[in-house]
Design a protein around this ligand. Structure first.
Ligand code: APR
Ligand code: PHB
Length: 392
């Protein structure tokens, strides 16, 4: 592989944001180099959410990577919210005319990697000491090492798609960025197992014992979660303990249908809301997790990332056609959508989890709100509209 010394857009990070941006720009005839600090296998080993909004599916189509998604993805016309012994289906299709598609983020990433490789586009994996320079000039640079040797790529622009812990946001002067954050006092323990889902659509469950989510990757593979303590370790949760707890958090008439089996992945993730403003500094654009994090309730993370890079690809295309207005408006346009998804993810998290500090009163408030949701088509429509995703 020859690494070019110059490209139009240098993309830092080969997660879904970086790879989708690369593919969208390639379709528009714009050159990119992607620089990733991990190996491709490491990137594919990360298990994340699996619900795609229509906007995301449209962008994956535009990027030319939607064939397997259409063949294997599961269209879901509804989603369930349960509390106590009750369960309410939100009819996404009837309320919004839209559906969501269940397809794992790992598969999205794999499809994007395959497409990039098939087009012969340059992706540098296992880059060391990645750094970005001259962000407020006209010729920013990315430097890194590969096999111990130093490299430099000059570009017109740098896209910071390097996630929450990346180097790009950290390279913006502190007095330029304002950050907003909420850390939640619990985590999600998640497993993957080859058993059929307990219900053919997702169930978000509020229970006195804490939140649970029944999700899936296919009709024979489930992804299930329970709210856990941040101090818990996966070793404390053998499969039997996980399934027993998961079962207790579902309504009894659903729980009795539960089929359990050995897990082949188990991990604990913390929950956080985070936004950095603005999403542009000079010739650096932040996109996806490098700029914002949502708690996973509602599965907005990947969808927000896709929206960002869709808007960035549009803005860069306009720039190369001679219209710079798009790149100037990029940050404000993204943030309007980001804050609305932050609000929905925060609200949905607050409604469905046990917050010890809110006590019994807090639990009664949640139950009353869920009861109201069951009676009110207006409220169901608000949930549905946000769940299927807001327009770009
Ligand atoms: N240099 C190069 N690459 C880096 C650096 C660095 N200094 N730091 C991090 N990276 C890479 C990570 O290894 C990772 O592969 O950037 C990538 C960022 O990918 P994600 O964290 O997946 O973020 P993003 O592509 O924005 O995806 C957003 O996917 O990660 C989920 O929860 C997230 O669902 C959301 C969506
Ligand atoms: C998942 O399938 O992993 C998943 C689904 C919905 C969520 C979060 C995670 O809200």
């Amino acid at each position: 592989m020859t690494i070019p010394q110059r490209t139009q857009v240098a993309i830092v990070g080969a997660g879904p944001s970086g790879l989708l941006l690369g593919q969208l720009l390639h379709k528009a005839g714009i050159d990119t180099v992607v620089i990733e600090q991990r190996s491709a296998d490491y990137v594919l080993g990360r298990i994340r959410a699996g619900v795609l909004e229509q906007v995301t599916v449209d962008l994956l189509e535009q990027a030319g990577v939607a064939d397997r998604l259409h063949a294997e993805g599961l269209p879901h016309d509804g989603v369930n919210l349960s509390f106590g012994d009750r369960m309410q289906r939100i009819d996404l299709k009837a309320l919004t005319g839209k559906h969501v598609t269940v397809y794992g983020q790992t598969e999205v990433t794999r499809d994007l990697m395959d497409a990039r490789r098939a087009e012969g586009l340059v992706t540098v994996y296992e880059a060391g000491d990645v750094a970005v320079h001259d962000l407020d000039g006209t010729s920013p640079r990315v430097t890194f090492t590969l096999d111990g040797r130093p490299h430099e790529v000059r570009a017109d622009f740098i896209a910071g798609c390097d996630g929450y812990h990346g180097v790009c946001r950290a390279s913006v002067p502190q007095d330029v960025l304002k950050t907003y954050e909420r850390v939640y006092p619990f985590g999600w323990l998640g497993i993957l197992a080859d058993v059929p889902p307990v219900e053919h659509e997702l169930i978000y469950a509020n229970s006195e014992r804490g939140f649970a989510l029944s999700s899936m990757r296919s009709s024979t593979r489930v992804r299930c979660y329970v709210q856990c303590s941040l101090d818990d370790k996966v070793e404390q949760w053998p499969d039997d303990a996980f399934w027993a707890e998961f079962k207790r958090r579902l309504p009894p008439h659903v729980a009795e249908r539960l089929i359990t089996g050995p897990s082949f992945e188990k991990s604990i993730a913390p929950l956080r809301s985070f936004v950095a403003e603005p999403m542009r500094f000079g010739r650096l654009f932040l996109a996806g997790d490098s700029a914002h994090i949502v708690p996973p309730t509602g599965a907005k993370g990947l969808n927000l990332a896709a929206g960002d890079v869709g808007m960035l690809a549009e803005a860069l295309q306009a720039y190369y056609r001679g219209d710079p207005a798009g790149i100037d408006g990029y940050s404000a346009r993204c943030l309007r959508r980001v804050w609305k998804a932050e609000r929905f993810s925060w609200w949905f998290t607050s409604l469905m989890h046990r917050f010890p500090e809110n006590g019994e009163f807090g639990f009664k408030m949640q139950t009353a709100e869920l009861d109201y949701l069951c009676q009110s088509e207006a409220m169901q429509k608000v949930v549905a509209e946000n769940y299927v995703g807001l327009p770009l």
